[in-house]
Ligand binder design. Sequence first.
Ligand code: AMP
Ligand code: MG
Length: 412
Amino acid sequence: MKPDVPPVTKTLSFEQALSAVETRLTAPGISPVIEIVPISQASGRVLAEDVGADRDYPPFNRSTRDGFAVRSPDVQHPKAVLTVDGEVRAGEHFAAEIAPGHCVAIMTGAPLPAGTDAVVMVEHTRTQDDKVEIEKPATSFENVVRKGSEAQAGQRILPKGRRIRAGEIGLLASVGKANVAVSVRPRVAIISTGDEVVPIDRRPEWYQVRNSNSAMLAAVVTAAGANPWEMGIGPDSKEALQSLIETALDADMLLLSGGVSMGKYDYVEDALADLGAEFYFRSVAIRPGKPLVFGRVQGRFFFGLPGNPVSGFVTCTLFARPAMGALMGSAFERPSFLRARLAKSVHHRTGLTTFMPARIENRNTEPVVRLVGWQGSGDLVGVAEANGFLVIHPEQPSPAAGDWVDVMPMTS
Ligand code: AMP
Ligand code: MG
């Protein structure tokens, strides 16, 4: 332990650490700056206003079939014969009310004429001249989406804080919101540290490694809807790191990679401490990634992520990603676990929550998870082959082949 860093608080469990991040990021006073953008630019952003329905949805009783709009009491007995008054297509409306014994040919998407309450599919009818024989009885509102059944005028259809995806964009467009209030993308500074780390466009010496973490973390930041600010590589020196971090304080959040272990040249925490940082946790019982630092320095949240590429990726995904969402005003997006059957038994008596790169695939209608080339926490080849992680909990450290286990699909 280095003297100027506050004493290490106890190692938190995965859940405790996640809750600590959630508590800090959802505390009062954390509110995003708002801007108005066209919906073409809203994908992945977080909605900053409640959006209401401008009218009923659907706005009229809408046919879901091509067929005949009928009065359902007219077609309760088989082989009812009705008079066809005309036709109504999508984009039109039929002006007159339909009397008993009458009907109208109707197309999918068209409004039901007044008087009618059901649609008989064209497949169940036989037409002759202006008459149609209905071969199958219809119940009221069969093949009809009722006016206002999806949403009623004035009803809130999207809450502030909702992450905007394709479905939300469709809904916004349908209610005429061509422009929408969203939170401004926070700027997230990324500093990789390590004297052995060189820029990716430089040929490394045999004892050096390329800075893969900055680009990878930037991809996670982008996927979270925030703006990455790659600040390059900081050396293993407290003073140099401090001046880089001071520059990074222009950002809304800081991601620091490497230099948070107990090594002699791990200076990230010292540099932060000297800048007045508050540390919320400094160790989490997860693997990969046990050294994981979360705190706040001069009003900015920061994560000190392990330098190992897989550890950095996992911890950034688990903790920093929902934190970025929360900065944007989103509900805290906890990593979601699904279930799959384990292909081959795993032994992990570590007392840690373990995340192992894995492929989740459907075999014989069941999701099956198998580990991919796991060569330790530097194995990006394995990560690239994976589409998710096998999650091993301390309570179930040695699941057997065929057991249902938790998996976490990759989202960036
Ligand atoms: P550290 O957390 O600083 O002890 O680094 C742990 C391991 O991750 C070491 O093998 C580093 O060489 C490697 N590493 C650290 N930073 C990076 C980076 N930016 N890109 C790729 N590998 C890194
Ligand atoms: Mg290092």
